[in-house]
Ligand binder design. Sequence first.
Ligand code: B3K
Ligand code: ZN
Length: 876
Amino acid sequence: PQPVRLGDYRPPDWLVDTVHLDVRLHPTAARIVARLALRPNPEGREGSPIVLDGDELNLKSVTLDGAPLAGSAYVATSTGLTLLAPPQRALTLEIETVVDPSANTRLMGLYRSSGTYCTQCEAEGFRRITYFPDRPDVLAVYTTRIEAERDEAPVLLGNGNPVEAGAVEDTSRHYAVWHDPWPKPSYLFALVGGKLDRITEDFVTATGKTVELGIYVEPGKTARAGYAMDALKRAMRWDEEAFGCEYDLDVFNIVAVADFNMGAMENKGLNIFNDKYVLASPETATDADYANIEAIIAHEYFHNWTGNRITCRDWFQLCLKEGLTVFRDQEFSSDQRSRPVKRIADVRLLKGHQFPEDSGPLAHPVRPSSYREINNFYTATVYEKGAEVVRMLKTVLGDEGFRAGMDLYLDRHDGDAATVEDFLACFADANGIDLTQFALWYAQSGTPRLAVSGHWDEAARSYRLDVAQTLPPTPGQSEKLPMVIPLAIGLVGPDGRDLPLALDDGSNAERGVLLVTKPRQSFVFRDVPHRPVPSLNRGFSAPVKLSSDLSTADLLFLARHDSDPFNRFDATQTLALSHLLEATSAVRAGGEQPAPDALVEALAATLGDTSLDPAFVAQALSIPSEADVAREIGEDVDPDAIHAARTRLRHAVGEALAPALEAVYARHAPTGNYSPDAASAGRRALRNTCLDLLAAGGTAKGIARAQAHFGAADNMTDRFFALAVLAHAAPDAREDALAAFHRQFRADPLVVDKWLALQAQIAEPQTLERVRDLTGHADFDWSNPNRVRALIGTFAGLNPTQFHRADGAGHDLVAGAVMDIDGRNPQLAARLLAAFKSWRSLEPVRRASAEAALRRVAGKPSLSPDVTDIVSRSLD
Ligand code: B3K
Ligand code: ZN
């Protein structure tokens, strides 16, 4: 397909005011009658044909203002329907199409998930239901009548408010009519029909309107929907308080389905979820699952304003809704839980997923300027870096300035299909500032590098920070302009306290933030009586790779004393990473590995500080992942050497800190019944981290403790964590534990996913065979995206030594899976293939094998546009 370019945007030639859909559900032949009220767009080209998108539709009839259309008046192809010379006035088109929901394995448009009819329309799925101008800047008011066999689909749901429902006389069928008063783009359309159970509660909004909330799940699973309901109510309240956003319909429904290509979808008034992000019970979900459910329920709800009431003009503006809404869900979780711990988790995710994307062949700007397949741009860059950009805006403007800009945006653009420029203009206008340079964050790809060095002048009692920024070249962008980098800092005095920040030009570094705007810049602080230790990029105020001249002693000092919790954590991570880099080189050179003394000292201090939040200590104790080390090395990466160095380090830390780890483990034993709240989860996280490090010491005692922990666990968090420890550290105990776990939970697909994912991560050569065997297991299913992601996705994403086996068998396995899946579900296949994104940074043998695997995929006839796009960009 030809690339779509941002610069080619034109307003639609025809607008749609209202859509009346009449959908008769049927397993293999669902019939859709769409009545569209169209009119020429005064901003479009005069005299234009009506061009409607379509995809795999069976067209039955078209009428114009009630009269059948002559065959010569229109052209219908596999991708659309064009009315060649329509009258240039308001008119009504009625189109009848038939689709086969059971054959819809792409899970786009109308499909069936374990018998339930459901839809997914973002980005371009509505065209798989009916012919339509399927673009986000065509906003219409939808009325939907859904009809089905009452036995097959007793529950019928649509967007907006329920209008009427009843039996279809003299038949076994029934119907429901839904009306959504808010104009919306087609990608927010949804309907559901099926046998579902519901939990319901009322929510009273800030202005006193009662909203009926419903969560629909597979029969028998309502007991596991309570946490999602609780999270939803908290999210609704929070959005009123934090952003002044109130809900705007009489009902809000969530439906959980088992077959879903991503996490969830924010359809107006009818969110559809991957059931993984709805269903939770202490016995089946981990603390991480609970936290994800809370975040995603909130995220989709928050889209009601940032995404639905204000939508995107075109798909290039995707970050306008996604980056902003991720920022909003991050803030929500921070307020509900621990802000520093949430920030640490978010930055780990950013560095783990977005940084590699930004430094590889798939790098693209937060707002891309062209795409071949939009589904491939639901990326860590658009979502996570997009959220960082919004966060930086807040850092630059301060809380009040940010809120003023948001208020203006929500007010000025309500009902619009907006752009990034519209968004930024609100912040510029509300604050009277120019954001032209800031806007480069949306346009330039790649992760900026900041090099910082500090110079204390004892005689002048001043301190100078020299800052240099560079932005490496990325695909399609060889030359870069300097960015605006809000660098939050502190100067930490010898007593561990922050010195006042007084810049020598008389200004205060407002809120401790330096604005770096040039390639090189110096900041001089006066009244600095002692040599301070600079704490740089506090709270990870900018998504950059920072290098500094801090010594090991400085890092140790910050790890103990920094008032910024993020940087306390980061100082420890930096110590660990620099050890791991050295140790990895030593492994490759066949030399002695260095001793991790400084790191052990920092970890001991953190472990011994009882004033710290256990959840924070757990984060600080976690040794950087193999992928973290690979990213830091950047080129000529040998995953086996990294694995060896890291295994050795974990062993050394477990051994050196054994008494302290045992004491903390004992002190954090569970005290009452399981509760998923953040404080309880933090205690479990710390206790489990201790368990893990103690077992990494490899002692019989460490393994026995993990076995006891596994046996005694009364919740999935502890049970699964212990199972993971055994699977990785105790090959002899592994199989029994895995078998016991499977016996207990085999009836529950979401728990089976954990079991699959864990096995896919084991860092040993037999894992390849194991994964292959598991694809033949009765509980595995190639057509369910959760199963495939759990097994194949985890193998490719979280098992670097085996995915990148030197003999190429890991690459082959994943490439083979991608080619198999592509014919059924191209989106899923393309996602999996993106696991190759860092292939160029591998050492030559593995790089050659990755390239060969990619070329094999590229050479396969009749690849989907999705996979073609990823593979060609990967090889470019
Ligand atoms: N907007 C959806 C993602 C749709 C993905 C389409 N390929 C979920 C979300 O970000 O909230
Ligand atoms: Zn979203």
